[in-house]
Design a protein around this ligand. Sequence first.
Ligand code: SF4
Length: 227
Amino acid sequence: MEISRTFPVNELFFSFQGEGCHMGKSAFFVRTNGCPVGCLWCDSAQTWHRDYKTRGRHLSAVQILHEVGDASPEFLVMTGGEPALHDWSTFNQTIYPLHIETCGAFEIKGSFSWVTVSPKTEKPPTIENIKRADEIKIVVENESSILRWENLIQEHNPQVPVWLTPEWGCRNDPDTLGVIVDFVKNAFALNYRAGFQLHKLYKVDAYDDRTVPPVPLGGNPLRGASI
Ligand code: SF4
């Protein structure tokens, strides 16, 4: 395994996958620093916001796997920030299945057994990444959050599960939740699924001391990373 390449790691922690098709399964998360997209409601702004971007350390694949230790997760999740800014091919020989969670706007480098694409209007996903996605996760504020991606997904990956997750600041908004229910009940166009960020309900990240607290964005404590 190549050891010279390093990754800008914001945090490593053992937890469970809180969203999508693998919800509830144990997972070891590798969260990288850096993302050029800048979503207003980003829940990991500590990876790119100017006041926090110096957090973290550079680690090689060997060093990261050493931190996994005897945790025995079902899989590793490369997340961010934007993990597709990095070439993960040095992890190809690991015994763990590798998952990646990306906005899909950048070429995915490395061998992944599961690809989650969460499209963002600020920097839309490539057609290649839509085709490669094993699941799509749309963060929902209103109906247009869903409709803006429908044609793209229908054209390039019509069978993929499409998870509709309320933006955390809208998690109790009956209008947002009602939109999701409507799309799931009338899922003629795509395989829509009702999603939620289960890990935030559990506050599960707090069960590993290595996690880095998220930072609030935009001055609105009801939005973004404030949980
Ligand atoms: Fe980047 Fe994802 Fe945060 Fe958007 S939500 S700024 S794509 S890390």
